[in-house]
Every structure is written in structure tokens, then in C-alpha cells.
Write a protein that binds this ligand. Structure first.
Ligand SMILES: Nc1ncnc2c1ncn2[C@@H]1O[C@H](COP(=O)(O)OP(=O)(O)OP(=O)(O)O)[C@@H](O)[C@H]1O
Length: 632
């Protein structure tokens, strides 16, 4: 059996070692700037705005819970102050002179107040936690849906930019951190309110205690922020590798590729690859942990010195008779309360700050990154059922590619005509159809539908009229019916759906499904099933047909189909052609016989045009490719 352990580079004699994953590039400039502008004081200044941001998000979701949360926070703070004040009151008789029963009796009312206030504080804390538990999932869902909505709003072209994927990844982390942020905000506020109460009591006992206490926790505050910055920086540094790892993880674990992984004996290499990448990420994280612990220790040492100073001050105040023993005992309780809460304030503010960096990524992505590349082309309506689509001197280049995918290309497509696009791999066929359907906008030149430039048209009015079977189509984890209607049924009953199922030769297969059209086509889900590759492709063609589009675009629509399926689809294409503009990209040149016109593409340009009979004898690329396809 093939070993699946990938940690050791076991060398098979005569075979080269397994190649390691490449180190992906990422946007360094952004990585640096995220850190340069935030100091400890910067954080302190940002906290109110941060809390405001969280409060606004929560307020938009449930005002009642926000009010309950704030009310309970205030109640628990007041309770903490009452506990301390009553403790101070109880200390005087307890540490005073006289018989013990008398002293206890005298202290009893104050002790009762302590008990009641403590109980109120505990209940308030519990209710606040309940409000947070109710808000947390909904805030996270709001952030998540905003992100998904933003992703759906962008130009297709945005996905061609590497930085977009990277920023998207950071924004996803922001969504996850939203949940934690709410908890941090609650804990921060709870600690702050109690701290204010304790500070009040401490200051009343002796005004010198306040600055001394503040000094005692300052080093740990600065240290916590420095640690958070190191962690966030590491997160950034690992972003590209984490992205790659996530993608690979999906490929390794998804059922769709399980056969390829096994039958091509890829398991060992993939495991090696995955572990190498994981080690690379862990290496950076572990190195950062070292830096973090150093920061932490320095902060702790400085904090320890300051804290010793605080206790020494209290001892000095007591010994020198500036405060009584009873006041001193209360001060110990107050100082401990204040210190505990101050530590929490620092801890949770650092954590809030940390989460806020991620939330900032999320916000920037949702508000700016996606807005910058959003579909915003103009409000014009696309002509309904266009007679012609005209491309004039159109050029389109992908980022980081030396040659344009479509290069100064001119072409006219007419209603009623079937145009076949052929050419070698990478010649620009798929890019061309993305321009025709307005998925990409031309960098140079124009694409017009009945004379209206697609650059100024509301794209939804274009796509309401297109039916596209892309080269890599989706196998939607939807019911069979919705895989055809795509959630846009044209009638109340299923008649039109069954018509299409019949047209693409899937009636028998669908009737055999236990739930027919209701069958969930997702084998990963309990009770779901999947289809064969060709059957999925028939459904993909079915949904384009179901839309009865004005512009029908099929990009290698029959690459996985048997001869019967292929014949069926091209027949349908021919029958449907009269009422629409039809374009089909295909490598099977026999299929182009049904086309009214064939265009041949080479390096983004049209080099030949004509009917099958004309091109097959023209002595150009078409003839060469056709003869190769016949040479068996
Ligand atoms: N998203 C992308 N990002 C960068 N380059 C791309 C992208 N998509 C395509 N290209 C490049 O653009 C050129 C044209 O690609 P296109 O997919 O249009 O070719 P095609 O003729 O449809 O190829 P095939 O027959 O292999 O499907 C190729 O050089 C390809 O590498």
C-alpha cells in the first residue's frame, strides 16, 4: 500500500526528490503599512471609535439586546463600587477594638450590602453574557453576508488580480474575528466600569494610589499591544501560503478529485506538499511566538517592578500612619480589584485592537476594495433581443501577461446566425465570449449591442438576456430542478423544466432519481446524489436553453458528452438559432459544420472566417487542425 506519510523526503533510488511547493508572492507594501501607523497611544485613541463601530453593528441587529447589555454592564459596575464601599465600611468595626461578637454585629449591615451587591453584580454579568451570546452569531452573520454580497457585486475582472484574493482572505478572517470582538468589547466594558468604580474607591482612600496603580499596569498594556502587532504581522506574512494551503486542502479532501488523487498515486506527494506548507506557516508562527514571549517577559518584568512599587507605597502609607489599618485593608481589596480589572482592560483592549485590525481588513474589503471594482457601468438599458453585436478594434489583456488575450479584434454577430469560434489553446476564444457578453469590458475599442456600448449599460440588463455554458461549469449543490431554472422559474409548474430535461436527453436519468426534480444533486450531503460528467454537462446546457436567451453562448458545451448527447445539443442549437445570436466555441471541428460562419482565432486575432466548406480547403490553420483531427 502507498505510504501517505509525507513528512520524510524518502528517496527512492534513481528518482529525484519530491519538489517543494513554491513560495507564493504577496503584496509586501501593504503588509508594512498596516503596522507602521499604530502605536500604543494610537490604540488608546482608537478604542472609543472601535467600540462605537461594534455598537453600531450590534445596534443595527438588535437594539433590545444592546440596551440590555449596556444596562447590565452599568449595573455590574455600580454593584462593584457598592461592594468596595460597603467592604470599607465593614472593615472599620471588624479591625477596630471591642469584643468580636460586637464587632461582627456592627459590621453585619455593611456585610449584607456586600452580599446583595455581589449577587446583583453576578446576575447583571450573567444577563450581559446572555445578551452577548444572542448578539454574537447575528453580528457574525451580518459581517459574513456583507462579505458575500460584496463578492457578488464585483466585476469578473477583479478575480484576475492576485491582491484581490489576498485581501479577500484577510476579510474572511475579519468575519471570524467579529464574534470574538463582541466578547472582547463586553469584557473590556465590564472591566472598565469595575475599574472606574475601584479607582473611585482607591482615590477616596488616598489620592496617591491612583497614579501608582496606573503605572503598575502600563508596561503590560504596552506589551500586550506589541504582542498583538507581532501576531497580526505573522498572519499577514502567512496569508499567501495559507491561501494556497486552503486551496490544496479542498482539492485533497473533495470527493470530486478523490479518484485522480488515488489512481495517479498522488497521495504521498500531496501529503508531503501539504505538510511542507503547514511547516512553513508554523515556522513563521513559532518564530513569532519567540518574539512575542520576549516582548511579554520584558513587559512582565517592567510591570513587576512597577507593581512592587505600588505595594511598597501602600505599606509606606500605612506604616507612616497616613492611612489607618482598616483603610489599608480596604485598599488591599480595592487595589486587587483595580489591578485585576486594569489587567483585563489592557488585555481586552489589546485583543480588541488585534481583532480591529482584522475587522479593518473586512471593512476595507467590503467598503473600498470591492467598491473600487464594483459593477458600476452606467444606468442605460441593454437593447432587448439585439439584432447585432459589434466588436470594433477590441483589445483585452490580463494582468501580468505580456500579450493581450484579445488583440485589436473586430467582429459582427447577427441575430439568427450561429457563429463557431475555433482556434488553438490560449488563442483567446473564451476571452472573446466574455467580452461579447459584457463579463469583461474592452480596454480599447468598443463592444456594442445594437449600437449601445456595453461600457455604459447596466450589466444586469445584459445578463438578463444571456445564456452561458462556460468551459468550466458549476455542478450546483441544488435540487435538480434548480440546476435548470437556477432559481428563476418561468412558470408555476414543472412543464417547462421537463421540456428542457427531455431536450438535453436527461428524462430517463432524472426519472430514475429517487426524488426526481426535487433530488438534491450533492453527494456530500446526506440523501444527495451526483451525476456523471456528461450528465452534469447536459444539465448545464439545459439551463442555458431554459433561459431562452437572446444571446446564447456555449463554450465547449459537449466536451464530456457521448456522441448522442453531442448530436442532440448541436441540433438544438441549430433549431433555436433563428430567434437569437448564437456563439459556440469548440475544438471538435466536425461540429462547426452546423455553423453559418466559423471564425478562427490565433493569438487574440481573427485570422480566418468563412463556412466549413470554405475553410476546410483554404490552406490555413482551420484546414491544418481539421486534417490533424482526421489523421488517426
Ligand atoms: N484569468 C486569467 N488570468 C490571466 N491570464 C488568462 C486568464 N484567462 C486566460 N488567460 C490567458 O489569456 C489567453 C487566452 O485565454 P483564453 O482562455 O481566452 O483562451 P482559449 O482560446 O479559450 O483557450 P482554450 O482553448 O485552452 O480554452 C491565454 O494566454 C491565457 O493564458
Amino acid at each position: 500500500m502507498e505510504a501517505v506519510q509525507g513528512d520524510k523526503q524518502t528517496r527512492t533510488p534513481g528518482r529525484p526528490p519530491m519538489p517543494e511547493p513554491v513560495e507564493p508572492k504577496q503584496k509586501r507594501a501593504k503588509l508594512r503599512s498596516a503596522f507602521q501607523d499604530t502605536s500604543f497611544w494610537g490604540l488608546c485613541r482608537r478604542i472609543p471609535a472601535l467600540l462605537g463601530q461594534i455598537a453600531r453593528m450590534a445596534w443595527a441587529i438588535d437594539r433590545r439586546d444592546v440596551m440590555l447589555l449596556v444596562g447590565c454592564q452599568i449595573a455590574s459596575g455600580v454593584a462593584a463600587a457598592v461592594v468596595l464601599a460597603a467592604t470599607a465600611k465593614a472593615m472599620v468595626p471588624l479591625l477596630g477594638g471591642g469584643l468580636v461578637p460586637d464587632r461582627v454585629g456592627e459590621a453585619l449591615p455593611a456585610l449584607a450590602v456586600v452580599a446583595v451587591a455581589a449577587a446583583v453584580g453576578r446576575v447583571a454579568y450573567g444577563l450581559a453574557a446572555w445578551a452577548v451570546a444572542r448578539l454574537k452569531p447575528r453580528v457574525m452573520t451580518a459581517a459574513d453576508t456583507a462579505l458575500v454580497r460584496a463578492m457578488l457585486s464585483v466585476e469578473l475582472e477583479a478575480f484576475n488580480h492576485a491582491s484581490f484574493a489576498e485581501e479577500h482572505e484577510h476579510a474572511e478572517t475579519g468575519v471570524v474575528r467579529c464574534e470574538r470582538m463582541l466578547y472582547d468589547a463586553q469584557s473590556f466594558m465590564a472591566a472598565l466600569i469595575r475599574l472606574v468604580a475601584a479607582f473611585g474607591v482607591v482615590t477616596v482612600l488616598h489620592p496617591l494610589m491612583l497614579p501608582v496603580l496606573t503605572l503598575a499596569v502600563l508596561p503590560s498594556g504596552i506589551g500586550a499591544v506589541a504582542e498583538a502587532k507581532i501576531e497580526h504581522r505573522t498572519h499577514y506574512e502567512n496569508a499567501a501560503n495559507r491561501n494556497l494551503k486552503g486551496m490544496m486542502r479542498w482539492h485533497i479532501t473533495t470527493s470530486g478529485f478523490a479518484n485522480e488523487v488515488r489512481a495517479n498515486s498522488m497521495r504521498r506527494y500531496l501529503m508531503f506538499w501539504y505538510e511542507t506548507l503547514s511547516c512553513r506557516i508554523d515556522g513563521r508562527t513559532v518564530a513569532a511566538a519567540g518574539r512575542q514571549v520576549r516582548t511579554n517577559l520584558i513587559a512582565a518584568a517592567a510591570g513587576g517592578v512597577c507593581l512592587t512599587g505600588a505595594w511598597a507605597t501602600l505599606v509606606w502609607l500605612t506604616v507612616s500612619g497616613q492611612v489607618s489599618l482598616a483603610v489599608s485593608a480596604t485598599a488591599v481589596v480595592a487595589v486587587r480589584t483595580a489591578l485585576g480589572n486594569l489587567t483585563n482592560v489592557v488585555h481586552y483592549s489589546a485583543s480588541l485592537f488585534h481583532s480591529s485590525l482584522f475587522l479593518g481588513d473586512w471593512k476595507r474589503f467590503v467598503d473600498t476594495t470591492t467598491a473600487d471594482v464594483a459593477l458600476a457601468r452606467g444606468g442605460e438599458q441593454a437593447p432587448v433581443c439585439p439584432e447585432t453585436i459589434r466588436l470594433e478594434n477590441v483589445t483585452y489583456a490580463y494582468p501580468n501577461k505580456p500579450h493581450p488575450a484579445v488583440d485589436d479584434l473586430s467582429l459582427t454577430l447577427r441575430r439568427g446566425e450561429v457563429v463557431a469560434v475555433v482556434g488553438e489553446n490560449g488563442s483567446g476564444k473564451s476571452s472573446l465570449i466574455k467580452l461579447v457578453t459584457g463579463l469583461y469590458l474592452a480596454e480599447k475599442g468598443t463592444v456594442t449591442w445594437d449600437g449601445v456600448d456595453l461600457a455604459s449599460v447596466d450589466p444586469d440588463t445584459v445578463w438578463a438576456q444571456t445564456g452561458l455554458v462556460p468551459q468550466f461549469f458549476a455542478c450546483w449543490p441544488l435540487a435538480c430542478r434548480e440546476n435548470i431554472t437556477l432559481g428563476q422559474p418561468v412558470t408555476w409548474d414543472d412543464e417547462a423544466v421537463w421540456d428542457v430535461v427531455e431536450t438535453v436527453g436527461m428524462r430517463e436519468a432524472v426519472e430514475e432519481l429517487p426524488d426526481g426534480l426535487d433530488m438534491l444533486l450533492a453527494r456530500e450531503v446526506w440523501g444527495g446524489v451526483t451525476l456523471s460528467g456528461g450528465q452534469w454537462q447536459r444539465l448545464a446546457c439545459g439551463r442555458a436553453i431554459y433561459r431562452k436567451p437572446a444571446v446564447l453562448v456555449l463554450d465547449e458545451p459537449t466536451s464530456e458528452m457521448d456522441a448522442r448527447g453531442e448530436h442532440l445539443i448541436f441540433q438544438v442549437l441549430k433549431e433555436m438559432a433563428a430567434e437569437r445570436i448564437s456563439i459556440v466555441v469548440t475544438h471538435r471541428l466536425e461540429n462547426t459544420k452546423i455553423a453559418d460562419r466559423i471564425i478562427v482565432m490565433e493569438r487574440g486575432r481573427i485570422t480566418e472566417q468563412g463556412t466549413f466548406d470554405q475553410l476546410v480547403r483554404a490552406g490555413g490553420l482551420f484546414q491544418e487542425l481539421y486534417e490533424l483531427s482526421q489523421d488517426r
